[in-house]
Design a protein around this ligand. Structure first.
Ligand SMILES: Nc1ncnc2c1ncn2[C@@H]1O[C@H](COP(=O)(O)OP(=O)(O)OP(=O)(O)O)[C@@H](O)[C@H]1O
Ligand SMILES: [Mg+2]
Length: 243
């Protein structure tokens, strides 16, 4: 059962995995500034399964792109794992992203010519992990998402739910401290979507990473441990579920 707690409780304390201090993001559409995030301050607790809930245009992707170091704030300070992101160069941020952050996308983003196995193995190839270790880790993670038997299928030979399971395995294989998923259920029917969220939560518990996923679907609230509701670039509410 989710219980409302005051926003202040998520903004105090130093132990957050991700911390926003007055973070704003303003895009420019020609001469017109678009304030996608308006000085938000909050913390995302470590090793929890967190959900960013908000309607279309509320700033979910903007928030996740900042946490994923794919973009930088216009103002304010963002800390990840206690490190101030603004102090890092673009090269340092790329390195940080490659080692520490796993991404799961709405449209799966799998490489079509590679098998499920090769898609999952790919981040380890990029990180220079040796072949025997690569094989061990790839098979282990395919097992935790229930796809060992489908390992030789290419993405077009898999269902939407299976593609998203490959993407979850690919995000986790390098052992990231943070896993980010921007509307991972948007292209799935509601039953498959709920099953994918539950699988993400199960692997989150097994691997201990901090998970953050976004959705516009309030029906998924009961599947999350922490719910951050955003509207028009502002944090409305943070609820935490006590299990
Ligand atoms: N590159 C951009 N240039 C200009 N405005 C942008 C840009 N990206 C996003 N915006 C605007 O910023 C606001 C927040 O967008 P964002 O994509 O973060 O919302 P969202 O919650 O992810 O929406 P959706 O559920 O539709 O994906 C919106 O008003 C959007 O139009
Ligand atoms: Mg979005």
């Amino acid at each position: 059962m989710a219980i409302a707690i005051p926003i202040q409780s998520s903004t105090s304390g130093a132990e957050a995995a991700v911390r926003f201090h007055g973070v704003s993001k303003t895009y420019r559409l020609g001469d017109v500034p678009v304030e996608a995030l308006k000085s938000v301050s909050f913390g995302i607790p470590p090793q929890r399964f967190s959900m960013i809930l908000g309607p279309s245009g509320s700033g979910k992707s903007t928030l996740l792109n900042l946490i994923g170091c794919l973009d930088r704030p216009t103002a304010g300070v963002l800390e990840i794992g206690g490190e101030k992101i603004g102090a890092k160069s673009d090269d340092e941020l790329s390195e940080f992203r490659a080692r520490k952050i796993g991404f799961i996308f709405q449209n799966f983003n799998l490489i079509p010519v590679l098998s499920a196995y090769e898609n999952v193995e790919y981040p380890l190839v990029l990180l220079g992990v040796r072949p025997t270790e690569r094989k061990r880790r790839t098979l282990e993670i395919l097992k935790s998402v229930g796809l060992v038997e489908h390992r030789n299928h290419r993405p077009n030979q898999l269902s939407g739910g299976q593609k998203q399971r490959v993407a979850i395995a690919r995000a986790l294989v390098k052992g990231p401290t943070l896993v980010l998923a921007d509307e991972p259920t948007a292209n799935l029917d509601s039953q498959t979507g709920a099953a994918i969220i539950d699988l993400m939560r199960q692997v989150q518990h097994e691997h201990g990473a901090t998970f953050v996923f976004s959705t516009h679907d309030p029906q998924l609230i009961s599947h999350a441990e922490e719910v951050f509701s955003i509207r028009d670039g502002e944090l409305l509410e943070h609820r935490t579920a006590h299990s």
